[in-house]
Design a protein around this ligand. Structure first.
Ligand code: DC
Length: 222
């Protein structure tokens, strides 16, 4: 029996953290779709393929093998048999992943893979177009939002913890710019599915958001 929870929302809304926590508590397999776009980006970097080399991109997509494994309670990502968990978070990948995720053939191929990975399973998946495009028939659809100012504050705090010093105003400008790009994109634009539940986390703690989503899942399952 399959059961699908789809969580979409803008960058910095806390989707990643929330999805991991809810997945664990509700025993749902968490498929990290962002990591999949990161694997494609890393594969392109390793093979020296540029963003406009469509035929070469097609070739790597035909033979790409992306696997998720939970080892010692840790999610690990494998690209063509190699553990790339750390590498997919490096700066080189960060610099191109958004553009890679907007290439139509990449999108098609990953959406196809996301659907295949989920057949017959109980999963939770977060991204930009999960409820609108990947799983229009998902059992639970959540659109997780937060104000741009709150998301900038959260990023400022995360940066401070990592010793990164970028002014608040610059972070906010960047978030607004990215929101606009995501929402107006020709490929998989970010938008709330008509039947999704809107959840604004601006004034909520992580625990409160997790609780609310768990409640929605429990109601659906009962
Ligand atoms: O969540 P993340 O930073 O790992 O995502 C990496 C990139 O992929 C980011 O630019 C957003 C994009 N992405 C997407 O377009 N669709 C998804 N379902 C997930 C991520």
């Amino acid at each position: 029996m399959s059961f699908i929870v789809a969580i979409d929302g803008p960058a910095g809304s806390g989707k990643g953290t929330i999805t991991k926590l809810v997945g664990k508590k509700q025993n749902l397999i968490n498929i990290d779709t962002g990591a999949m776009y990161r694997c494609v980006s890393l594969n392109m970097i390793k093979e020296n393929i540029e963003l406009n080399e469509t035929n070469k991109i097609k070739e790597i997509l035909e033979k790409i093998n992306i696997e998720f494994k939970n080892i010692n309670d840790e999610d690990r990502f494998f690209l063509n048999g190699e553990d790339v968990t750390k590498e997919i978070r490096n700066q080189e990948v960060n610099d191109i992943v958004s553009q890679v995720s907007h290439i139509p053939i990449v999108r098609e191929s990953m959406v196809d893979l996301q659907r295949k990975m989920s057949v017959g399973k109980e999963i939770i998946m977060e991204g930009r177009d999960i409820a609108t495009n990947v799983f229009p028939n998902a059992d639970v659809k959540i659109y997780l939002d937060a104000s741009a100012e709150e998301r900038a504050k959260r990023r400022l705090k995360q940066n401070a913890e990592k010793g990164i010093d970028i002014p608040y105003e610059e972070i906010l400008k960047n978030i607004i710019f990215r929101d606009n790009n995501d929402k107006t994109s020709n490929v998989a634009p970010l938008k709330q599915a008509e039947d999704a539940i809107y959840l604004d986390s601006t004034n909520l703690t992580i625990e409160e958001v997790v609780d609310k989503i768990e409640q929605i899942i429990k109601e659906k399952r009962s």
